[in-house]
Each structure stands twice: as C-alpha cells, then as structure tokens.
Ligand binder design. Structure first.
Ligand code: G6Q
Length: 551
C-alpha cells in the first residue's frame, strides 16, 4: 500500500481540514494544561512542543502513523545490525560507537563491541601522548596545532563539536579544520602555523575523496618544504580511515592510523575515530562524555513510548508540517553562540539523509520527503531573516534551542538571550491581530487614514509553530544528547517516508562530471564536449584563470 493510501495518512488528511481554523492562541486559552500535555522531559532535557498546530487527536493520529510505518521494528532492526542501508548493503550502527564497555555484538564475524573499544583505547593513548607533550615533533617540540583535513561527514561533525565545546578545551592544542578544495582554505590555515609543532589528521573514510587528498598532498608538500626529511612525516601525519591500503599509499605510517568501519556512515561518524580531533582538543575524557550523552539519548529513543519519545515526536511534527501543510523548509535557531555550526551540521545530517525521491521499492514518491534545513544562532538571526518567519507568506516551522546555564556569566547577557528566545516563540505563536495593531497605532497618536493604511503591515498572523528545546548547559554530555536526538529524528522520518536515509547517491553525478572537466581545464584548445553553457564556461575559465595546469 502506498503511504498516502494508508489509513493513518488518510485520517491525518481529514483531521488537517478539521483543525484548519484553529489558532494556537485559542488552544492555549482553552486549555490550562496545554504545556504539560505537549511537552516531554528526560533527565533535564525538555522538549516543549505545545506551540504547534496540534491537539490530542493530532498527536494520536501521528503516533498511529509511526506505528503503521513500523518505526519500532525498523529501529530494532537498525540497532540489531540488520542491513537497513539496503542500497549499499550495509548495517547502520553508529549507536554501537557510544555503547558502554559491557556492550558485545558480532556482525558478519566482526566483534563490533570489542573493535570499538580497541580503537577508543588507541585514541586514548594517542591523545594522552599528544596532550601530555610526550609526542614530539621533528624538532623535539610538542604538538601545538592540530589540522583536521576532511570534508562532509569527516569535517562537519568534529568542527561543529569543537566549536560548541570550546570552553571545555584543555588549552594545550589548537584545532583547525580544512575542508574546501579551494586552495585559500588550506593556505589561510597554514599561514599562521609552524611545521615543527603541527600535526595533520587526514580524516577520510574512503581515503579517495578528491578534496581531502588534494588538501592532504598540499599539507605534505608544505610540511616537507620545512622539515625536509621524509621520515619526519610519521610524527606529523595521522590518518582516520577504513582504507589502510590507501593510507599507506599516501605515505602515512599505518601505526598512526585510526580505523572505523563501513557500518558507520560518514554523517554519523563523529562518534568514531573521526572524532579524534575532538578528543585531542578537549581531552579523551570529554570525548567519552560526549559519547555517554549520545548513548543516554539512544536509551531514551529505544525505551520511551512513542508518545513520549522526543526524537519520535520531533519527527512526527516535521512530517505533519511537511506533508500536510506544505512546509518545505525547517529552521533551526540555537540560542547559543557556541552552536553556530549546528545548522550547517544538521543540513548534512537531514538533507543528505532524507533528500530522496525514490522509496524503498524504487518507485518515485508522490509526497514530500526531507525539508530544506537552515538557520543561524539567535539573536543574530532575529535581525536578519525573522521578518520572513513572522510575516512572510511561507509557513516555516522552527526549533529554538537554549541551554539554561551559560558558560560565560556576564551581566544580564544570558537573561537577555533567553528573553529573546522565549519572546520569539510567543510572538510566532500569538501573532498580533488587526485590532491590536490598530489600537497600538492609535495609542501612539496616529489617526484616520494613516492608521488604516499602516494596520495591514503591522499585523502578525501568528499560529506559526515552534519547538523549544531546553537543557541544563552546553557541555559534552548534553551536546551528545542533542545530536543523537536529531539523528533519531531523521531516522524516524526516513522510515515514515519509506526511503533509505543512509545512502547518498545524489552526490555522485557532479563528482563524476568534475573528473571529466578537470583535464579539459589544462588542455589546449577549446572544448565542445558539453552543452553550450558548460563549454563556454570551461573555455572562458581556461583563457582567463591563473590556476596553472589544471591537472
Ligand atoms: C556522509 C557522506 C559524505 C562523506 C564525504 C567524505 O555521509 O558520505 O559527506 O562523509 O564525502 O568522505 P570520506 O570520509 O570518504 O572522505
């Protein structure tokens, strides 16, 4: 049966018409218990979803949709190591990376639990040596700067986490991230560094990614121009990969290689040795707190009933708006400057996972799947795009995220931040009626036609949904919970939409075509191998660029 013909879907469609005219203002006015009924707390992490266009029946029907889609069975399959990434024939076991020590699991003859512990132990020893200064560079000085070279899943997670947890850095090493193949990224990063005290971590699951290898070779050249002796590479380059052969081919001693496994998807890999830069920057104990936080969310996801399950409820609300209100985007607004990379991280997690148009039977879907995810920290975003959230014609649900305690108590900063966060969700929900707008204008001394002319511009329709996520403070444990919460939300939505959330074939075509175009940029004469637009762009670049051979 197709999704849209399922009883739960049809019931939701009918219900959508029933609640069309409901305004959240009235729902709150008519129900003093609304916050209590529509919020969930687990160990200090609160999801308030009462400012959504839902009532008890909506939630009942949405949970029914999750049941009919088999969310619980799919979840159990994923955790049991079944090959739920069916287009790549892979298990999806990032949850195994954050299991406690007692965890034992075998998969196709691999000792998943033991392998994870072994690599963690290797990371711990390495971190202790580097942080403690026992690991010396070629001049005998300790490491001061770590440069993580990776892209996509091998960059966004560690970069987001190290930014989010800056106050927890031990201060002995700085961390830098180079991802873009634009040479400016690596050249700007290297400019301030000393080869003697710099350690490069080449983070690439496949160790074949063009951008990462190009940056890694540039880093190696930069290093050797200074260190001269090839044998010094071993003290300054480490690799995180599943591909030992390619690591050795690049010239990195496999002693300095930290492995992970094909059952860890790139965008789910920050919990694996891809998190080495996190562990070096924060210290290994902080890294394990991050894992423990994610594990706590895994436990909640596995054990809480669907109605009280935070990732499930977030997923269902997303489906509600995406599929029944035509909301094609979803904003994420962290009220925490340290989380400034969270929206970018979630863009990959959500859009690469659920930006799919074909269902698990290979049929094109006739319903919306993953929305566009976007956002910026509050309060900055209030002064930029909130106008559109409040008064634009598009309907955009949003998540507001706020830690209760700040890492930097300073005057009334945190109160002002929180007041803005709460005020925005209140404003989006309540809006401002024409009568209210008009009486405000009159109270300000305006009269007659001017009032009538200005009133429509001052009206806020309200009834715009938000989730508010509060947690005790931005520390490794809570960040782990927050990220795992979004991972599971994305998973649940993928199950409901009957798509494979764990492959990413959509990134392949552009990569293939770039491989054809690259040699053309360095060849003589004009190309006519493509369409007229691509030919003209390639030929113009060839004539005017200063890039060198293009090879
Ligand atoms: C993530 C994707 C993708 C991947 C990068 C880097 O889920 O697979 O973003 O992480 O393409 O790949 P490598 O780690 O293999 O270099």
């Amino acid at each position: 049966m197709t999704l849209q013909k399922s009883p739960a879907w049809k019931a939701l469609q009918a219900h959508r018409k029933e609640i069309e005219t409901f305004h959240m203002r009235e729902l709150f006015a008519g129900d003093g218990e609304r916050f209590r009924r529509f919020s969930i707390e687990t160990d200090g992490l609160l999801l308030d979803y009462s400012k959504n266009r839902v009532d008890g029946r909506t939630m009942h029907l949405l949970v029914e949709l999750a049941r009919q889609a088999g969310v619980e069975a799919y979840r159990d399959d994923m955790l049991a190591g079944k090959k739920v990434n069916f287009t790549e024939g892979r298990a999806v076991l990032h949850t195994a990376l954050r299991q406690p020590e007692s965890f034992r699991m075998e998969l196709d003859g691999q000792r998943v639990g033991c392998d994870v512990r072994e690599v963690l132990a290797q990371m711990k020893v390495f971190c202790e040596k580097v942080i403690g200064g026992e690991w010396k560079g070629y001049s005998g000085e300790p490491v001061r700067d770590i440069v993580n070279i990776g892209i996509g899943g091998s960059d966004l997670g560690p970069y987001m986490v190290t930014e989010a947890l800056r106050p927890f850095a031990h201060g002995g090493v700085n961390v830098h991230f180079v991802s873009n193949v634009d040479g400016s990224h690596i050249m700007e990063t290297l400019r301030g560094l000393k080869a003697e005290t710099t350690m490069f971590i080449i983070a690439s699951k496949t160790f074949t990614t063009q951008e990462t290898l190009t940056n890694a070779h540039t880093a190696r050249r930069w290093f050797l121009e200074r260190a001269v002796d090839e044998s010094f590479v071993a003290r300054h380059f480490a690799a995180v990969s599943t591909n030992a052969e390619k690591v050795a081919e690049f010239g990195i001693d496999t002693e300095n290689m930290f492995c992970f496994w094909d059952w860890v998807g790139g965008r789910y890999s920050l919990w694996s040795s891809i998190g080495l830069s996190i562990a070096l920057y924060l210290g290994f104990d902080r890294f394990t707190e991050l894992l423990a936080g994610a594990h706590a969310m895994d436990e909640h996801f596995c054990s809480a009933p669907l109605e009280e399950n935070i990732p499930v409820v977030l997923a269902l609300l997303g489906v509600w708006y995406n599929n029944f209100f035509g909301a094609s985007s979803h904003a994420v607004i962290p009220y925490d400057q340290y989380l400034h990379r969270l929206p970018a991280y979630l863009q990959q997690l959500d859009m690469e996972s659920n930006g799919k148009r074909v269902d698990c039977d290979g049929n094109a879907v006739d319903y919306a799947t993953g929305p566009v995810i976007w956002g910026e920290p509050g309060t900055n975003s209030q002064h930029a795009f909130f106008q559109l959230l409040h008064q634009g014609p598009s309907f955009i649900p949003a998540d507001f995220i706020l830690p209760l305690k700040t890492q930097n108590p300073a005057g009334r900063h945190h109160d002002i931040l929180a007041a803005n966060c709460f005020a925005q969700t209140e404003a989006l929900m309540c809006g401002k009626t024409a009568e209210e707008a008009e009486s405000e204008l009159r109270a300000a001394g305006m009269e007659g036609e001017r009032v009538a002319a200005l009133t429509p511009h001052k009206v806020f329709p309200g009834n715009r949904p938000t989730n508010t996520i509060l947690f005790p403070e931005m520390d490794p444990f809570n960040l782990g919970r927050l990220v795992a919460m979004y991972e599971h939300k994305v998973f649940v939505q993928g199950v409901i939409w009957r798509i494979n959330s764990f492959d990413q074939w959509g990134v392949e075509l552009g990569k293939q075509l770039a491989k054809t175009i690259l040699p053309e940029l360095g060849a003589g004469g004009d190309t006519d191998a493509h369409d007229a637009s691509t030919n003209a762009l390639v030929n113009r670049f060839r004539r005017h660029s200063n890039s060198g051979s293009g090879s």
